[in-house]
Design a protein around this ligand. Structure first.
Ligand SMILES: Cc1cc2nc3c(=O)[nH]c(=O)nc-3n(C[C@H](O)[C@H](O)[C@H](O)COP(=O)(O)O)c2cc1C
Length: 485
């Protein structure tokens, strides 16, 4: 919000930088009512304004103002500026603090969710106005071959990705890509075939002492039709800008569905809450509908069977159901109306971590010809180390023990790394493993890669760290790889 206020506007610059003109005209109007003496002094004022000294002074004032505005623009729109990490994030949290407490407990409602919405809206508004946040300066990490990764025929400059839930409704894709060239992939969604409200608010809760979140959104979605309109609009704008037809963009083997060079767009799809998980035909229809409506705008389609917030969804991870569902999605994706068909990936739960679970899911993935597995989603478990710090507040303790939903944040990292390693071994080299859960540093990313992940995703880290999160991680990775600490 403060960024919007600090934006320079053309009328403001014109008014401020022409003081001599304004002063002269005001005095000339009042001249008729003045005595001879004052008339002389007024004309002297006008004369003085034209003196070289005054011109220099006015020039300095004007230059300072324009310079300040220019500096503020460069500073506030640079994601590397400390203001984004140390002021904007705590400011948004402070504005909407205390609102997470449910109404029946005397709270105001959807605080963390509101902060998220406002943040995304500001990001989009700035981008639309031409003041999009970006990482200024050099990006040495982009030159590092060790950071680069080949994914489904695309050469990505980093292995970093934004995971699902941050841009659920396909509203903020370009402003998010614009933030940093370190972001190689954005996963939007989850998008359901029909629009649905999700769970009642509040449904997102911060645990700031441990940089964690508990959410139970329950697939609030604008639905596949609205999302498709938004995604199509991007393609149309791109086509117009580059003198191409919509068809040429969709059928290009050069332009990824993300519309950003060397970067990819993943669209996550799920079923509606009202579709019973026991009716496999209805479940398949939900996912296939999403593939048909959204597949042509995606480099990757992610099948979500692991959200803890849609009742029964995770039962779709059982081998037979998963096999059947994934095979149907892969078949539908192969018929997508674009030349380069989207790859299908499945996102699994960290709570399905038994030996048989990993074996069964891997077998279903291989059977269906799925290209990758995202390991993993949020957990319904409540690891007690979230409360380890003596600074944990009573409200955080209440949220931790009482609020139902999926937990995310750094506490997930050990389980993520363990599961990445197990899935990598089980799946072999033909299936890509994506790590998601608790990643907050370059060191975490390198460790996840060592355990077998090709792509490493983040969400909660960015909520607490701000828009500079991914750039900082990429820089840290480069530093470590170059032999630093
Ligand atoms: C508020 C919120 C909403 C989320 N929504 C989704 C979602 O719609 N689909 C999904 O697969 N994962 C969703 N996630 C899970 C994240 O994509 C990610 O897998 C998880 O948070 C673990 O990563 P992290 O610790 O880096 O956040 C959501 C997470 C949060 C915090």
């Amino acid at each position: 919000m403060p960024l919007i206020r600090s934006c320079p506007s053309t009328p403001l610059i014109t008014r401020i930088s022409s003081p001599s003109f304004q002063t002269t005209s005001i005095h000339t109007t009042t001249l008729r009512h003045q005595s001879h003496t004052s008339r002389r002094s007024i004309s002297t004022t006008a004369y003085n304004l034209n003196r070289t000294g005054n011109k220099i002074r006015n020039g300095i004032i004007g230059g300072t103002i324009v310079g300040t505005i220019g500096f503020s623009y460069l500073y506030f729109t640079d994601t590397r500026s400390v203001v984004h990490r140390y002021q904007v994030v705590p400011f948004l949290r402070w504005i909407y603090s205390g609102d997470d407490i449910p109404a029946e407990a005397g709270g105001k409602g959807a605080g963390a969710e509101k902060a998220h919405e406002v943040g995304l809206k500001a990001l989009r508004a700035l981008y639309d106005l031409g003041f999009g946040l970006r990482e200024r300066g050099a990006h040495e990490y982009l030159e590092s071959e060790e950071l680069g990764v080949e994914l489904f025929g695309h050469n990505l400059k980093t292995p970093l990705a934004i995971s699902a839930g941050l841009d659920k409704h396909a509203e903020c894709i370009d402003p998010l890509f614009n933030i940093s060239p370190a972001i190689s992939l954005i996963e939007i969604g989850c998008i359901t075939p029909l629009p649905q409200e999700g769970n009642p608010k509040p449904r997102m809760f911060r645990l700031p002492t441990s940089n964690s979140i508990i959410n139970r959104y329950g697939f609030n979605s604008v639905g596949a039709d609205t999302a498709a309109v938004r995604l199509r609009e991007r393609v149309r704008r791109y086509a117009l800008k580059h003198g191409l037809t919509e068809r040429e963009v969709l059928d290009s083997t050069e332009i990824p569905a993300s519309l950003w060079e060397n970067r990819l767009l993943a669209v996550q799809i799920g079923k509606n809450k009202s579709t019973p998980e026991t009716n496999m035909e209805a479940v398949k229809k939900d996912y296939i509908t999403c593939v048909e409506k959204l597949g042509r705008y995606a480099d990757i389609l992610v099948v979500n069977v692991s959200s803890p917030n849609t009742p029964g969804l995770r039962s779709l991870q059982k081998r037979e159901s998963l096999q059947e569902l994934l095979a149907a999605v892969v078949l539908a994706a192969g018929k997508t109306d674009r030349k380069v068909k989207p790859k299908v990936v499945v996102k699994v739960s960290p709570d399905s971590d038994g030996t048989e679970d990993v074996k069964d899911i891997s077998a279903a993935v291989k059977f269906a010809g799925v290209a990758g597995v995202i390991v993993a989603n949020t957990t319904v478990k409540r690891p007690l180390n979230v409360l380890a710090s003596p600074q944990v507040s009573e409200e955080e303790k209440r949220v931790f023990h009482k609020e139902i939903g999926g937990l995310s944040g750094p506490v997930l990292l050990p389980k993520t790394l363990e599961l990445v390693e197990r899935y990598s071994k089980e799946l072999g080299n033909d299936t890509v493993v994506f790590a998601s859960g608790g990643i907050i540093s370059g060191k975490d990313v390198l460790e996840a890669r060592k355990r077998g992940a090709k792509i490493v995703m983040g969400y909660t880290g960015m909520v607490y760290d701000g828009v500079g999160f991914f750039g900082r991680i990429a820089e840290e990775m480069k530093r470590i790889l170059d032999g630093g600490k």
